[in-house]
Design a protein around this ligand. Structure first.
Ligand SMILES: [Fe+2]
Length: 451
């Protein structure tokens, strides 16, 4: 990571005055933003926490600094932000960012997204707004928003502006999630030319290789670039998950288990839920393939225990429930289901709506399948199968729910479910070329006596 951080004057010259007179605060704002974009902590700076502390110590009244620290969830400075905002004559950009963080902290994510969207229309090089907009669009709203928001600002950037190279990984992922695979690969690889250790650009290309059924290339790509992305604090685990998916597709379960044991489970410690969802997702796929997972589910469940009442994102709740049933942990299953029902009764906001409409039926289907009631699981999933995208996450991540429907229909004793599963697999073959897993599942479906 470089060290010639932008001072007050440099930010002003770029048309993004920060509202601080402290050069140290301005530089540490840049250092924080850079680590955020790089998805890695620079230990020489004390990581994100180190730069946030230095930034706010240098200027405790730095509003945009407090907004960034709060949205990164390193500090909860909402009271400070509101108090400073009431006293200060803020710039238009400060006003917009304050409104966005207010909406974000109240759980009104879609309103915050609209404001970040407005910010980048007016300030196309405001990568802070762009990154938060794309980040939350992974879980809320159409993925086209990721693609379009980057496409909109790219022509307004110059390659000399710091952090320019990170735009391409963001763009690539947005393109991939909206089926523009070829262009996604071009943009992702361009990002890697500019910033070879951009773990998000690696990730976006990994998605393309997954969706295009290019497993051998995927394994080689991940292996060749491993040194460049494995130190990413927030993404290494997920990139290993992508690597393991290629092995699952190929039926090489030993290698997938090896990645699970050596890279994914060791990163599951309960502090963050993202690695836990990777673990649950990979283990579920292996379970559907008939692989014995030993006590790994139990190990994973212990990490979820502190998160049962969070309900930050339904995507994670569904993975928690997946883990609880995987472990046959009735106590945890009941705890999660009861907490979800309480949340549905008392909660509000976009995550609440999605939980009610899609999340709870999916979780109930997991519970029914675990009891051996696969026909009931199919009945619960079938009406919402075209709404599963509301659960958020990428298409590769949500594929576990489609696989769960296939798995349930394959096990269901009803002949119509066995016919249905052949249809599901025909659809899957049509949209995913070169999928050995689909071929294996189809062979199972064809072996069922449905006539
Ligand atoms: Fe991914």
């Amino acid at each position: 990571m470089h060290s010639n951080w932008r001072d007050v004057d440099a930010w002003r010259k770029e048309g993004l005055p920060l509202g601080t007179t402290s050069n140290e605060a301005a530089k540490m704002f840049d250092a924080t933003l850079t680590q955020f974009m790089a998805r890695r902590d620079d230990s020489t700076l004390g990581g994100l926490e180190g730069t946030v502390n230095r930034m706010l110590s240098a200027d405790p009244s730095f509003i945009l600094g407090h907004v960034l620290a709060t949205e990164l969830q390193i500090k909860n400075s909402m009271d400070v932000i509101l108090s400073l905002a009431a006293k200060k004559d803020m710039s238009n950009r400060e006003t917009l960012h304050v409104e966005a963080v207010k909406q974000w902290s109240s759980g009104n994510i879609s309103k915050a997204q609209d404001i970040w969207d407005d910010i980048i229309v007016e300030y196309p090089t405001d990568i802070m707004a762009l990154r938060f907009l794309t980040e939350y669009s992974i879980f809320f709203g159409p993925k086209a928003r990721i693609r379009d928001s980057v496409a909109r600002v790219l022509p307004r950037w110059k390659k000399e502006i710091p952090l320019y190279g990170y735009l391409f990984g963001l763009y690539s992922f947005g393109l991939e999630e909206t089926n523009f695979y070829s262009e996604a690969e071009i943009q992702g690889r361009k990002g890697l030319e500019l910033i070879p250790n951009d773990s998000w650009a690696v990730h976006a290309v990994a998605h393309v290789l997954e969706m295009e059924g290019r497993q051998d290339e995927g394994m080689e790509f991940m292996s060749k670039n491993e040194d460049k992305w494995k130190s990413s604090k927030s993404l290494a685990c997920h990139n290993y998950w992508h690597w393991a998916l290629y092995y699952v597709e190929k039926g090489n379960y030993e290698e997938a288990l090896s990645i699970l044991d050596s890279q994914i489970l060791p990163r599951c410690n309960g502090d963050h839920v993202f690695p836990l969802s990777d673990g649950a997702s990979l283990m579920s796929r292996l379970k559907y393939e008939g692989v014995d997972l030993g006590d790994r589910w139990q190990q994973l469940c212990r990490c979820w225990e502190g998160h049962t009442n969070e309900h930050a994102l339904v995507f994670f709740d569904a993975h928690m429930l997946m883990s609880a049933v995987g472990a046959k942990d009735e106590q945890l299953t009941m705890k999660v289901m009861n907490s979800l029902r309480d949340y549905v009764r008392d909660g509000s906001g976009p995550n609440h709506e999605i939980t009610r409409e899609v999340g709870v039926p999916v979780c109930e289907a997991f519970v029914e399948a675990d009891k051996g009631n696969f026909d009931k699981a199919v009945d619960m999933l079938k009406p919402i199968r075209y709404r599963l995208d509301l659960l958020g996450g990428s298409r590769a991540q949500r594929d576990v729910f489609e696989l769960f429907l296939i798995y349930s229909a394959l096990q269901s004793p009803r002949k119509r479910d066995q016919q249905f599963v052949r249809c599901l697999l025909a659809e899957r073959q049509a949209k995913r070329r070169n999928s050995p897993m689909t071929d294996r599942l189809m062979a199972k479906a064809l072996a069922l006596q449905v006539d």
